[in-house]
Design a binder for this molecule. Structure first.
Ligand SMILES: [Fe+2]
Ligand SMILES: [Fe+2]
Length: 273
């Protein structure tokens, strides 16, 4: 999916065109994602592309060997990792490793850790609802707030002002609109689309604060729920009643789910810190 200029807030396009540096994917990631779109893909071709990037290779192996994936013995080659994990998991690993430097350097550790926890949360909820592709759900969570990072690249002085107002109760999306003319959800959608990721990733980035307005209500609500419960500090009410009451599934104990997701994500947060 590339960016739909007609349907996008013109201020988002203007910002994307005027970024001091465009957050482009490393070449190897672009090549790997293109290969992953090819139905005739073979493990050895993808392994060859990844292996060209030493740091990507090292980090992928570190992640694969983390307790999150639970393999009984040490995996020492990209070939082996791919054969064991399958292409869909490899895709979310590649994206995690690729996004980390950008998010860490412009937004900091707190947003990065929140994004990883939200990714694990989305994967976990999608699995337990038996809804959608849980590896894709991981990517939805990973990238849901990527628009914030772009805003910080575009104008790093305005974002702390937004945060200050939000901390004293202002509505985040409205405040972002006042300072930037667009929201992190609109920007997230546009960036993800420029990266040509699946449509669902962009849709959920756009609607993770208002899932009921999404054309993909269930997926957007999964990101909404995971986002809310993986905030660094839990805010109350955890969910907006009008949203949670409209979902056709229940989250009976959000605090227990938060604990569970924090626990599950620990190895990934550690491997990618
Ligand atoms: Fe958000
Ligand atoms: Fe978030």
């Amino acid at each position: 999916m590339s960016i739909d200029k007609q349907a996008t807030n013109p201020r988002v396009i203007e910002a994307l065109e005027n970024l001091p540096e465009l957050p482009s994917m490393p070449t190897v990631v672009g090549q790997a994602l293109d290969l992953l779109d090819d139905p005739k893909i073979e493990v050895k071709d993808l392994a060859k592309v990844i292996s060209m990037d030493m740091s990507m290779t090292t980090q992928i192996l570190k992640l694969v060997n983390s307790a999150y994936y639970g393999f009984p013995s040490q995996i020492t080659s990209i070939n082996k990792a791919m054969a064991l994990l399958g292409f869909d998991k490899v895709k979310s690993l590649i994206l995690s490793v690729a996004v980390k430097p950008m998010m860490m350097s412009y937004s900091g550790k707190a947003l990065w850790h929140h994004s990883l926890r939200c990714a694990v949360g989305c994967q976990h909820i999608s699995k337990s609802l038996n809804y959608g592709d849980s590896d894709e759900a991981f990517i939805m969570g990973l990238l849901h707030d990527i628009g914030k990072t772009v805003m910080q690249i575009y104008d790093k002085n305005a974002y702390p002002e937004v945060e200050k107002l939000v901390a004293i109760g202002a509505d985040r999306l409205e405040t972002e609109r006042t300072f930037y003319g667009f929201t992190h959800t609109e920007m997230g959608r546009a960036l993800v689309d420029t990266w040509k990721l699946p449509l669902i990733i962009g849709i959920t980035a756009k609607h993770h604060h208002n899932p009921l307005e999404s054309e993909e209500t269930v997926s957007s609500s999964i990101v909404y729920v995971a986002d809310r419960i993986t905030q660094e500090e839990l805010k109350f009410p955890i969910f907006e009643p009008e949203i949670i009451d409209s979902l056709d599934y229940e989250i009976p104990n959000p605090e227990a789910l938060r604990e569970e997701i924090f626990g599950l994500s620990e190895p990934i947060v550690e491997a990618l810190s």
